[in-house]
Design a protein around this ligand. Sequence first.
Ligand code: KG4
Ligand code: ZN
Length: 349
Amino acid sequence: MTLEPGPLIDGDVEVGPDTLVLGIETSCDETAAALVMGGADVLSSVVSSQIELHATFGGVVPEIASRAHLELLNPVIARAIVEGGVDDRRIDAIACTIGPGLIGALLVGVSAAKALALAWDVPFVGVNHLEAHLYSALLDDPSIELPIVVLLVSGGHTMLVEMTAPGEYRVLGQTIDDAAGEAFDKVARFLGLGYPGGPAIERAAASGDPEAIAFPRAMRDDGLDFSFSGLKTAVLNHVRAHPDVETTDVAASFQAAVVDVLVHKARKAARSVGAKGLALGGGVAANSELRERMLDACTEEGLRGFLPSRAMCTDNAAMIAAAGWHRLRLDGPTSLEVGAFPNLRLTTE
Ligand code: KG4
Ligand code: ZN
C-alpha cells in the first residue's frame, strides 16, 4: 500500500523565522524531542537517556533501545510541547532522524513523526543525524560567520567537514576504522571504567599524567583522515605488558593521544580551506581536554572557536529540528514513503 500525502504535506511550504519545527531523535540510546523556531531559537529540548538501561551490558543493546524508545517517546514529545509553552496546533512541521543509527530505534521515531504529520496535516522532514550534529554549534551561536570547519566526533563517526552555507558541506576527512568515541568506549571497557566510556575516561584522566605513556598518534601528519584502532590496541598491549600501571595514567595518556590528533588535523583542515572558524560537534566534543585544546589552537591560528554547550554536543532533538528547518527551506517536505537508513552517510557536495 502506498501512502497518499495530504495537500499540505506535499505542497510548497513557507519557511521563515516564525516556522516552528518539532524535532524527534531516536537513532541510538537517547529519546529526544524539541521545539525550535526559525531553525535557531530553542523553545524546549527534552532528552531522556537510556544509559542506565544499557550500562549493565557495557554498551547499547539494540532491542532494549527500540523498546525503551516506544515507551518514552510519547511522554518526551508531550513534555517538549508543554515546556515550549505552545499549543500543538502551532507546530508547522515535524523533523525526525531517518539515519544513520540502529534500524529498530530509528523506526520508532520515524513512525511517530509520520503519524503526527498525518494527524496534524503538517510536513514531515527526514533528517540526516550527522548533518544535524553540524548545526549544533550554529544553534548555540547564530552569529557564526561561514565557512567553518566542523570536527564531528561521536560514538559512530569522526569527520572533518567544511560548511560553506547551511545545507552545503564537504567532507574533508574521516576515520578509516574506529570512531574517536568508539575508542573511548572500548578503552574504558577494557580498563573497567564503565559505560559510556568518554565521561569515564575523562574522570579517570583528571588525576593521571598525560605524558606517562607515549601512545602512538596514527596518521598524525598524513592527510585529514583518522585512524584510532591502532591506539586502542596499543593501550591493550601496554596494560597487558605492565599490569601495575596506574589506570589514571593510561586514561590520561590515551585521552592526550586522541585529543592531540583531533586538534592537529582540525587546525590543518581549517588552514587548508581558509575557514573563518572551527566548531565542535558530537558526543566527544563534550570532552574538556578537547574543548580547551581546540580553543588554544583557534587562538594560535587566528580562528573563531565555536564550542556548543555539552547538552548540544551529545544527541538531542534541537539539532534535528534546526536541521529540519533548513532542509524544509532548501528541499521542501520529505515523502511519507521514505524509510529509515541505518547506514546513511553525509553526502559530499
Ligand atoms: O554524539 P553522541 O551522543 O552519539 C552518537 O551519535 O554516537 O556520542 C556518543 C559518544 C560516546 O562514544 C561517548 O563515550 C562519547 O560520545 N562521549 C565522550 C564524552 N562524553 C560523551 N567522549 C569523551 N569525553 C566525554 N566527556
Ligand atoms: Zn550523535
